[in-house]
Design a protein around this ligand. Structure first.
Ligand code: PEP
Ligand code: MG
Length: 591
């Protein structure tokens, strides 16, 4: 058997080894099978039976997924059930059977092509998504025209799921069907929903493999290395052994991480710091805590909008926040209002494409323009705050007027809730993200208006240095240790501290050990990051004395370039606390 090695993007770390299972996709028939007049009635009954089976299957799947993964992933099945029960769909299918006197297979195939063509003519993303959903539903009906095969047997065997592309619903469906130990996809990126879901479930995953779904057959032995982004099909015994030992090292490393996760977050000289987690799905809370998070420092709420066909209601929001607040309590959860608009468009709203999305109608700008959506979200956040562990956070503030307007909206909603006798936390902390350079420059004014600030270094650096780090041509300029950036950060952190207000960093910079030491030296005590990086940051900060960091940073700020700053800092820290960067070494040598 030929060995195939493919490189992709590792989006969920770890190593999985096992049998490949190709995600099933139905191919609709191209054969138009005629029936006689007398058979039409039976054919219609056959179609309705398939619809009933499909309805039952979807309802069961929804329950199954709800139990295994949570409510949010189960929503997708509501959309599918709604489509299934849409009278127009049934009428279209029956019409083909009756008028053309054909088998249901052909009717489904016809109706599918009709809608695919119709949706294709509409370029809107919303309809593109609906197109796939409708195909999903029709494929399910198609399969159910024949009595269901018993899938029990295959479901007990662990498998590596291989597919061209996976919709969140397909991930949910597949993991509910059989034990999935790894995922390998032709398509996909770091932030796709599938990637996030794989990470939160601890399933190693590699995406962007181009044509793996064509190269692999069901039952092939396959290795998925989610740490280094590699997939090997039909490995030789020597390669298998190599990866077995790599897996053992990875597992040992994971055990080491979990051990560090339980240690106290304080520096060598006893200064406390707080590691928090950035998450995007409520299911990630448990994983975050297992890595030592002391709360959720950034909950990106966008998925609530992106996951359903219609706009979320207050109840939809509340169900998610309630769950988050409950599972996080007594630790805090910072719920960020949507950062949508610009390139992250909201399918339900048909937003026009903007010429320069990064500088466009994003985040708070979008929210203030779509007041009712904003009010709905804030009302739900307020309602979820009864346990007093919820904090409200708003992205992309540019000027004080936005903060004043935000506070006016919150005050209005609080008064409404009071008069309706609906309980909420009267003292809910309200904070803003500092990620537009102007807001950083204006920190002395903004800080007076809020309870805390959270620095979003991803955007702050992008806007301050005018660099799109996703653009290969200029990404080398994206330098968190650029002296201008560090000076700006120093100013924000210092001003917040002097005003007795909490300041956190929730950009990726907080996850890098050297950056974290610099930020500590600048006066930061709260670090929010992707949970998997908490142990390495904790290890670095536990290994140093605050005064070493402070003294080194003070000197480093006098230097002219990022390179000089980095070299100086590493040298200064290594001299006194050589173990501070040990974790980075563990990461590169054993994973
Ligand atoms: C940031 O900009 O640093 C941030 C945390 O926000 P996001 O990555 O969600 O834009
Ligand atoms: Mg941001």
């Amino acid at each position: 058997m030929e060995i195939i090695r493919l490189r992709g993007l590792g989006v969920s770390p770890g190593i999985a080894m096992g049998e490949a299972s190709l995600s099933e996709r139905v191919v609709f028939t191209s054969r138009r099978e005629p029936i006689s007049e007398g058979q039409v009635e039976d054919e219609l009954k056959r179609l309705r039976r398939a619809l009933d089976r499909t309805r039952q299957e979807l309802t069961e799947l929804k329950e199954h997924v709800r139990e295994r993964v949570g409510d949010e992933q189960a929503f997708i099945f509501d959309a599918h059930l709604m489509m299934l029960d849409d009278q127009m769909l049934l009428t279209s299918l029956e019409k083909v059977i009756v008028e053309e006197k054909v088998r249901s297979e052909w009717a489904i195939s016809r109706v599918n092509s009709h809608f695919q063509n119709l949706f294709d003519s509409l370029t809107d993303e919303y309809f593109q998504q609906r197109k796939t959903d409708l195909s999903d539903v029709l494929a399910r009906i198609y399969r159910n025209l024949e009595r269901k095969r018993d899938r029990k047997e295959e479901s007990d065997k662990p498998a590596v799921l291989v597919a061209h592309e996976l919709l969140p619903s397909e991930v949910a469906i597949n993991i509910s069907r059989r034990k999935i130990i790894g995922i390998a996809l032709d398509m996909g990126g770091q932030t796709s929903h599938t990637a996030i879901l794989a990470r939160s479930l601890g399933i190693p995953a590699v995406v962007g493999l181009h044509d793996i779904s064509l190269q692999v057959k069901n039952g092939d032995f396959i290795i998925v290395d989610g740490t280094d982004g590699e997939v090997i099909v039909n490995p030789t015994p020597a390669v298998r052994r190599e990866f077995q030992s790599k897996r053992e090292r990875y597992e040992a490393y994971q055990r080491e991480l979990k051990k560090i996760a339980r240690l106290k977050p304080e520096t060598l000289d006893g200064v406390r710091f707080t590691p928090l987690a950035n998450i995007e799905l409520p299911e990630e809370v448990e994983v975050a805590f297992s890595y030592g998070a002391e709360g959720i420092g950034l909950f990106r709420s966008e998925f609530i909008y992106l996951q359903r066909p219609s706009l979320p209601s207050e109840e939809d929001h509340l169900a998610v926040y309630e769950k988050m607040a409950r599972s996080t309590h007594p630790r805090p959860v910072y719920i960020r209002t949507i950062d949508i608009g610009g390139e992250k468009s909201l399918p339900q709203l048909n937003i026009e494409k903007e010429p320069n999305p990064a500088l466009g109608l994003r985040a708070i700008r979008f929210s203030l323009r779509n007041r009712e959506l904003f009010r709905t979200q804030i009302r739900a956040i307020l309602k979820a705050s009864v346990r007093k562990n919820v904090r409200l956070m708003v992205p992309m503030i540019t000027e004080v007027e936005e903060v004043v307007e935000l506070k006016r909206i919150i005050a209005g909603l609080k008064a409404e809730l009071r008069s309706q006798k609906i309980p909420f936390d009267e003292d809910i902390p309200v904070g803003v993200m500092i990620e537009v350079p102007a807001a950083a420059a204006l920190i002395h004014s903004i800080i007076q208006e809020v309870d805390y600030v959270s620095i979003g270094t991803n955007d702050l650096i992008q806007y301050y240095l005018a660099v799109d780090r996703g653009n290969e041509l200029v990404s080398y300029l994206f330098k968190p240790h650029h002296p201008a950036v560090l000076q700006l950060l120093q100013r924000v952190i210092k001003t917040a501290n002097e005003n007795g207000k909490e300041v956190t960093v929730c950009g990726e910079m907080a996850a890098d050990p050297l950056s974290a030491i610099i930020l500590l030296g600048l006066g930061l005590r709260t670090f929010s990051m992707n949970p998997i990086f908490i142990p390495r940051v904790k290890k670095a900060l536990r290994a140093i004395e605050l005064k070493t960091a402070e003294a080194a940073v003070a000197e480093a700020l006098q230097l002219k370039t990022a390179k000089e700053i980095e070299e100086f800092m590493i040298e200064a820290i290594l001299q006194k606390h050589p173990e501070a960067f040990l974790m980075s070494q563990i990461v590169s040598s054993s994973v």
